[in-house]
Design a protein around this ligand. Structure first.
Ligand code: GLN
Length: 455
């Protein structure tokens, strides 16, 4: 009740929720109380959580931030949603996001931009901007997001919270509206690494309904949180500290790394030589997969349908023209172009080859160090409306995107405020920044341990 009234009071301005499911939440809370009274409640029973509006939720609108799905009521729950409710967590509702998860600022949502609770002139990051803002503003103690190229880690950094993108295949994608299927992963967003560990214990694991989910035992992600870091080898990729990195962000990240040194870790410079190819490779592969995934929105089966179509082609054309926003159309055009006959070898195939090199860069680095550290994003949160052209928005993803191409896990943990500047004549405390910690495939427990030791 207290969170629902806080949402009512603050979210008119923040716009972090698209749908609030207050009645269902209160009913679920009563059920959780009953479980607790019978002594049958698990450790998270009764904990409220917010879900990015990309997760299918039975009987509840699942819009993916798009006009196309504004009228779509999902007929089933995503596997992770099912797991959360079995564990007794209470969904407060569905959070705002960039349309079909395409963006880095939450400004491409059909439901309007989300404001950053730290500074209402700033974006919360994207695409899981609503989830990050809701947690940062205390509207929900935890949220789920998805990350295809940074969409959990970058908004977590911009909003001063912790966000984990698990290894590809660690968490089921069943019932998550697909953006780029070979890159998408769901993960927790919360105040601390410990909270993220608790959520991972619920959502991780094999799912027969997702053929890319990995049948590998799930550890207790809380068990190693307090393991000492003495002797931990930290690699600093030199490509992550070069041109374009804001000096305030760099200082905050380097200060955090000093804390790790004081905890007994050693620092080593490493190189990820194909880093400069990550953005071009991603912006071929992700739009190609997206153009294919989005072909299902044809005005026939579900979602927006235009009025009075004159024939089938007119139905397809107008339903899609009206249902999709500009950024989504841009990606569909890019994707269909690079997949078309005569261009496939030059773009898609080449990008897949580059992807292999990027993955190998990380595998080589992890021969010598345990984890890599660097910034989650090149700047702190930028102003609403500041990134006007799509390419400068794509460049925001420079430190996050290669991780999805490689399939490895990454966490962003808050490491202080940078960039204090006056707003409306009043000084602000500045905007948060995140330290990104990367590890080999299936090293989530280690990443949570490392983030927890700082916190
Ligand atoms: N900003 C990237 C994009 O627009 C990543 C988004 C994401 O991770 N979903 O594609």
């Amino acid at each position: 009740e207290s969170l629902l009234s806080r949402i009512k009071r603050l979210d008119g301005e923040l716009n972090s929720f698209i749908t609030v499911t207050g009645d269902q939440a209160l009913a679920a809370a009563t059920e959780a109380d009953a479980l607790r009274a019978r002594g049958e409640a698990g450790p998270l029973a009764g904990l409220p959580i917010a879900l990015k509006d990309i997760f299918c939720t039975r009987g509840v609108r699942t819009s993916c931030g798009s006009r196309m799905l504004d009228n779509f009521i999902a007929p089933y729950d995503a596997t992770v949603v099912e797991k959360l409710s079995q564990a007794g967590l209470i969904s407060l509702g569905k959070t705002n996001m960039d349309e079909f998860a395409m963006g880095s600022s939450n400004e491409s949502s059909f439901y309007g931009p989300v404001k950053n609770p730290w500074d209402l002139n700033a974006v919360p990051g994207g695409s899981s901007g609503g989830s990050a803002a809701a947690v940062a503003a205390g509207l929900a103690p935890a949220a789920l997001g998805t990350d295809t190229g940074g969409s959990i880690r970058q908004p977590a950094a911009f909003c001063g919270i912790t966000g984990l993108k698990p290894t590809y295949g660690r968490v089921s994608r069943y019932g998550i509206i697909a953006y780029a299927s070979s890159l998408d992963q769901a993960g927790p967003m919360a105040y601390t690494a410990e909270d993220c560990a608790l959520l991972m214990n619920v959502i991780a694991g094999h799912d027969a309904r997702d053929s890319t989910s990995v049948p590998r035992p799930v550890p207790d992600y809380r068990a190693e949180l307090n393991a000492p870091l003495e002797g931990l080898k930290i690699g600093l990729p030199k490509e992550y500290f070069g041109d374009g990195l804001d000096s305030g962000v760099e200082n905050a990240v380097r200060e955090a790394i000093k804390v790790y040194e004081s905890l007994g870790a050693t620092i080593h410079e490493v190189s990820l030589p194909h880093t400069h190819l990550a953005i071009p490779a991603y912006y071929v592969i992700a739009p190609a997969e997206a153009s294919s995934n989005l072909s299902r929105f044809d005005g026939v089966r579900f979602g927006h349908r235009c009025e009075n179509p004159s024939d089938l082609i007119d139905l397809y054309k107008r339903s899609r023209a009206e249902g999709f926003g500009d950024e989504v159309k841009r990606r569909i055009l890019m994707g269909t172009h690079t997949l078309s006959e005569g261009f496939f070898d030059a773009y898609y195939k080449k990008a897949q080859q580059v992807r292999r090199l990027i993955r190998q860069d990380f595998l080589d680095a992890f021969e010598n160090v345990d984890v890599l550290m660097g910034p989650a994003a090149p700047t702190a949160a930028f102003d609403l409306g500041a990134q006007k052209d799509p390419v400068s928005m794509y460049l925001q993803d420079i430190y996050t995107i290669a991780i999805n191409l490689a399939g490895i896990p990454g966490i962003s943990a808050p490491v202080g405020l940078v960039d204090g500047r006056p707003t409306d004549g009043r000084p602000t405390d500045g905007r948060p920044t995140g330290l990104q910690i990367l590890g080999p495939h299936f090293s989530e427990a280690r990443l949570l341990n490392v983030a927890h030791q700082y916190q």
